[in-house]
Design a protein around this ligand. Structure first.
Ligand code: DGP
Length: 115
């Protein structure tokens, strides 16, 4: 399919991934290149390339990404110590997969500011 990314292949189970949660709208799976003891991604099943492409009608979907991240972080015992949500946009943001995704990072203290 044109404009497919690797995440569409994960959604369609064409490549394997460690899926943590799925419903009609969102999918969560472990990051293949973890940057923290816990590192997973929450993505919409609908492909939206970057944060720049978000529209007002996506507000509920974006809220669902955050609430899914919050629930899975709690399930993994991260809530009290804390964790970080990151969504990279384009080159300066460090985005490499052009299907929006929320990184959930935890299990160690995170530095600030980011590099
Ligand atoms: P970003 O740089 O924000 O676009 O992050 C993309 C993330 O996607 C990066 O942390 C690695 C992850 N990733 C890329 N390809 C795969 C894959 O095939 N499987 C999984 N599980 N994660 C992937």
């Amino acid at each position: 399919m044109t404009d497919d990314t690797i995440f569409d292949k994960i959604i369609r189970r064409e490549i394997p991934s460690d899926i943590l949660y799925e419903d009609d709208d969102v999918l969560a799976f472990s990051d293949v290149n973890p940057q923290a003891p816990v590192h997973f991604l929450v993505i919409p099943k609908q492909r939206i390339a970057t944060l720049n492409d978000l529209q007002p009608e996506h507000a509920e979907l974006v809220g669902k990404l955050v609430l899914t991240a919050r629930q899975l972080a709690a399930d993994k015992g991260l809530a009290e110590d804390g964790y970080r949500l990151v969504m990279n946009c384009n080159d300066h943001g460090g985005q490499t997969v052009f299907h929006i995704h929320l990184h959930v990072l935890g299990g160690r203290p995170m530095g600030w500011p980011p590099g």
